[in-house]
Design a protein around this ligand. Structure first.
Ligand code: FAD
Length: 378
């Protein structure tokens, strides 16, 4: 690309699922550029998720955003290549966690009647690798699914490309200067100009906002670890549902011929290239051995990534309160994949000054719960 071409309506910072999903929407009407600091697209959180779609996960607004995204996943799938593959999930609890199961169940049945309360025997029948001495009962959500993240990512990316968006890797932004209504971004690859910056920088979004002079949203990246093992004693069935401890102390699912598991760690940290820690894996292994029949001595694979949250754990979207033409698209936490289609459509409507009646009035979403304006008084 030549210097004179580097003028855009919108520059999106970050090529994770947030960046490409909002890019896919905006590029239908605007000239878009996505800038990525790494050598690979989706190198950070998006490339490291557990790839799961769970309507029973997170708080009310997360569940609404998740459910509203389902049609997009279905409509952009084909028979050979579905984005969602049904697996089901069991929220499992021990005798000491009965009140947590009860609380979650009474919360979930208000969403729909897909959620079933199962006793110990019914739970073990669905997931025979569980240790019957540790499990008391569970909640079953048969609609929970694996998400083919690569497939979904490419749906968004291809839409950006089809609309002639520019996607640049290895771009290091030195500063962003405001000149009238325009932004000038000085980078190692020269100057980029735009009207609107969209901050979709994942774990770096908080820092990037401060660097450009916008408000501090106190975004905290939290590390999460995944590890895989092959049990020595249990034959795996790839159709088993995912199991998640009702208080989210661990979870696991079967993928190919291994068990993929997590200690559900949430260690606050600075934005960085997260790596798995032996201690977190050992904690996860101990919790899983206690709740299942699995015996294993070695770890087949492992990775870690960052889930970034603000205090209320809701996403942060909207135009900044302090600087004009700076749009927040951050704080997707542990749900950024499953909420991506709907969050991107809502953000697109805000930027294009279109109404969001469908989401706000028909689906009853409380827009204040994710609006960046909620930080004004903090
Ligand atoms: C272990 C784990 C399991 C998860 N499981 C699930 C799950 O099952 N389901 C689900 O829905 N979600 C899950 N998530 C959460 C989900 O992965 C994230 O919410 C989502 O990927 C966030 O996307 P993002 O685009 O905001 O961030 P990222 O994917 O991290 O993308 C941000 C990008 O911005 C780039 N960037 C940052 N600063 C700059 C800059 N100054 N200039 C240029 N580029 C920059 C970064 O290099 C990065 O590529 C999980 C996350 C983890 C870590």
């Amino acid at each position: 690309m030549t210097y004179s071409n580097k003028n855009f309506d919108v520059i999106i910072i970050g090529s994770g699922i947030a960046g490409v999903s909002i890019g896919s929407e905006l590029s239908n009407n605007l000239k878009i550029c996505i800038l990525e600091k790494e050598n690979y697209l989706s190198y950070h959180s998006t490339g490291r998720s557990f790839a799961f779609y769970l309507e029973s996960y997170g708080n009310k607004i997360i569940r609404q955003l998740t459910s509203a995204s389902k049609d997009f996943f279905v409509n952009n799938s084909n028979n050979e290549n579905p984005i969602l593959k049904k697996r089901g999930v069991l929220h499992i609890g021990s005798k000491d966690q009965v009140s947590s199961i009860d609380a979650l169940y009474s919360d979930l049945i208000q969403i729909n009647d897909n959620f079933k309360l199962l006793d110990r025997n019914e739970t073990i029948k669905l997931l025979p690798c569980l240790n019957s001495e540790s499990i008391h009962n569970s909640i079953y959500d048969e609609n929970a699914s694996d998400i083919d993240v690569n497939n979904l990512y490419n749906v968004f990316l291809n839409e950006c490309k089809k609309n002639n968006s520019v996607i640049e890797k290895n771009v290091l932004i030195q500063n962003c200067l405001k000149k009238g209504n325009h932004w000038i971004l000085n980078t190692n690859k020269g100057e980029y100009n735009c009207n609107i910056i969209v901050n979709a920088a994942g774990a770096w979004a908080g820092e990037f906002g401060i660097k450009t002079g916008s408000q501090n949203i106190n975004l905290i990246p939290k590390k999460r670890t995944i590890f895989g093992f092959k049990p020595l004693n249990v034959e795996l069935n790839k159709n088993w549902p995912l199991a998640v401890d009702v208080e989210e102390n661990f979870y696991f699912k079967i993928e190919n011929d291994i068990v993929l598991a997590s200690p559900a760690d949430e260690n606050p940290c600075k934005p960085h290239d997260a790596q798995p820690d032996e201690y977190d894996i050992a904690v996860g292994a101990e919790r899983i051995k206690k709740s299942t029949l699995f015996q294993f001595n070695s770890i087949k694979n492992k990775w870690a990534g960052l889930r970034s949250f603000v205090k209320d754990k809701n996403p942060v979207i909207g135009f900044d309160n302090q600087i004009e033409n700076f749009f927040w698209f951050a704080g997707q936490g542990g749900y950024g994949i499953q909420i991506s289609p709907t969050l991107a459509k809502i953000a697109n409507n805000i930027i294009l000054k279109k109404d969001n009646n469908f989401y706000e009035n028909k689906l009853g979403m409380n827009f204040k719960s994710f609006d960046v304006k909620r930080f004004i008084d903090e």
